[in-house]
Structures are given as C-alpha cells and as structure tokens.
Design a protein around this ligand. Structure first.
Ligand code: ZN
Length: 137
C-alpha cells in the first residue's frame, strides 16, 4: 500500500531527511511529497508572493492525486532564507498551520521545527492538543 504525506519545507538539504523521517514515523505514511522553497514557512505565513500561491497548488496535487493524509509545514534552525529567531519561526509555523486548515483539504495538519540537533519540535498538530512543545529525537 503506497501511502503519502505532504511536507511544505525549506530547500535546505539539512531539513529534508528529518522532516521526511518524522512524517513517515509519526503520521504513519510510506512516502512524503516535498513542496520546497527557501524559507517556506515565512513565504506561506506572509502569503505575499506568487510562490505562496504555487505552494497551495502543489500541495493540492499531492493531496488529490496521492490521497495524502497529512500536511506538515516545517521551519528549521539556521535557515538562510528565513533568518529569524526560534520564537518567530514558531509564530510563522502556527500561522501557516491555520492557513492550511482554512484550505479545507480535510486532512491532518502538523507544524514542526527542525532544531539545531536535527530533531523535530512539534509546534502544533490538528489531531492533538499540544500544551507545550515536544521534542522528538
Ligand atoms: Zn531554510
């Protein structure tokens, strides 16, 4: 059974594997479609460019054609395209998750952050109520 998840992620090579691994393990899917652009969480949070609209279209292909069951939006430590503080990354990720939920794809939405140890901090998850950030190694 080929099951898919979708991740909106930075182009940064250091962020690909941690995001793919986390989504596969914690969202129980075999493959993760990756929609990337530099500083993707900032692009999507502000939604001021054509790139942001393209992200919606690309995520739509993944959800409709691959029946993806989850959309993850990721930020990461030391992002060249989005050099902001951890707090600001979290704010952007939360804003992205709200936006994605409003697209009404009807799938799980998670917000995650790749920290300086290349492990994942869960910022938000539409299926769970996270009272605080959880780190996963
Ligand atoms: Zn980056």
């Amino acid at each position: 059974m080929e099951t898919f998840g979708t991740a909106i992620n930075c182009i940064d090579g250091r962020a690909q594997q941690p995001v793919t691994d986390w989504v596969r393990l914690h969202c129980n899917v075999k493959f993760v479609d990756m929609v990337t652009c530099p500083g993707a969480n900032a692009v999507l949070a502000s939604f001021r460019t054509d790139r942001a609209r393209h992200i919606v279209e690309e995520v739509g292909v993944s959800v409709r054609k691959h029946m993806s069951s989850v959309i993850a939006v990721a930020g990461h430590f030391d992002c060249a395209g989005n050099p902001v503080s951890y707090e600001e990354h979290k704010e952007q990720i939360l804003r992205c998750a709200d936006r994605i939920r409003n697209w009404d794809f009807g799938v799980r939405v998670v917000g995650i952050y790749v920290n300086e140890w290349f492990s994942i901090d869960v910022v938000c998850d539409s299926q769970e109520d996270f009272p605080q950030i959880k780190s996963w190694l």
